[in-house]
Design a protein around this ligand. Sequence first.
Ligand code: NAD
Ligand code: UFG
Length: 333
Amino acid sequence: MSILVTGGTGYIGSHTVVELLEIGKDIVVVDNFSNSRPEVIENIKKITNKDFKFYEVDILDEEKMNQVFQENEIDAVIHFAGLKAVGESVKKPLEYYYNNITGTLILLKVMRKYNCKKIVFSSSATVYGNPGNPKYVETMGRGVPTNPYGKTKAMIEEILEDTYNADKNMSISILRYFNPIGAHPSGIIGENPQGIPNNLMPYIQKVAIGELKEVSVFGNDYNTKDGTGVRDYIHVQDLAVGHLKALEYLEKKGSGVYIHNLGNGQGYSVLEIINTFEKVNNVKIPYKITDRRPGDLDMFYADPTKAKNELGWENKKSLEDMCRDSWNFMKNN
Ligand code: NAD
Ligand code: UFG
């Protein structure tokens, strides 16, 4: 029996594949390399000393997805494949809806055909919309995300719930990630986006290496501890372990739809991130305060209690670990 990992050469997928291989799981990875590189496959093997099957397949290609299920006995799917850039999704809504929604529909259709009943889905804190309370808890339900990317996540959550309503044998885990940063401690895999990054940590990494001049801090007049935006940052390796726990939980609980936040429960400001990065890595990160970025919220963080109580999961790594591992990866690459 194998676990299929879609988008398994991407940032979070690759770290999850490492953790799955480390505990001896049989896995099959599909990715179309739209936002990752083939070298990641060798890098994962280097870290784990283990082999796995890889298919360069677009999940929109139903015929090829059928072939993957035909050639492997797939018991569960972890579904990372998707486009994730918030700003780009505003400019290219059709591409985002097509890739993320249609891709998921095709995956679910193929799973149904091959009687595969378990799926773990990468959702996002963005589905809470703007609930008015910065501490996001699963009982709040879904809000209205402000961009097409976020809407695809909320829509897919609904599609998964409807899929369960039609087939009560499905076991579905929806994981709502907060802000993943950091890299594998080996420095061999991590996040290195092409061009100018949109997210804070990749931007800091490129300033640290001298590729970009300074970080623009988007606003210092928010109602937060130091006026800059506050988020719940979580080490990507902790996040990866969350997927193993979610799979175990599906095994234990059987059919149903289970929703969990994966965050550390604490908010850090933009300036705290910059200062910690400077301190633990002994590098200078020049920055300037600029206008707020349209659409940004002042502050949000997870209530991770449900994941702790039900999945037995909690984050282990500190902000210092996240900053050190992010820089270590960047230096090596
Ligand atoms: P990523 O872009 O690094 O990984 C996604 C992978 O999916 C890439 O390797 C890409 O090539 C692949 N892919 C995309 N479309 C595909 C398709 N049609 N067929 C096959 N492969 C395809 O992103 P990530 O940060 O690892 O995110 C993984 C998942 O987690 C995504 O669904 C993302 O929306 C979600 N998520 C990410 C964050 C974050 O901040 N990184 C936060 C919340 C949720
Ligand atoms: N920020 C800056 N300068 C930058 C980039 C970001 O000051 O150059 C600030 C932002 O204003 C925000 C914080 O740093 O306060 C974090 O911003 P990111 O862009 O890194 O992350 P977001 O919280 O905006 O969004 C991320 C993911 C989304 C996801 C969301 C909730 O990119 O996909 O977390 O999980 F939906």
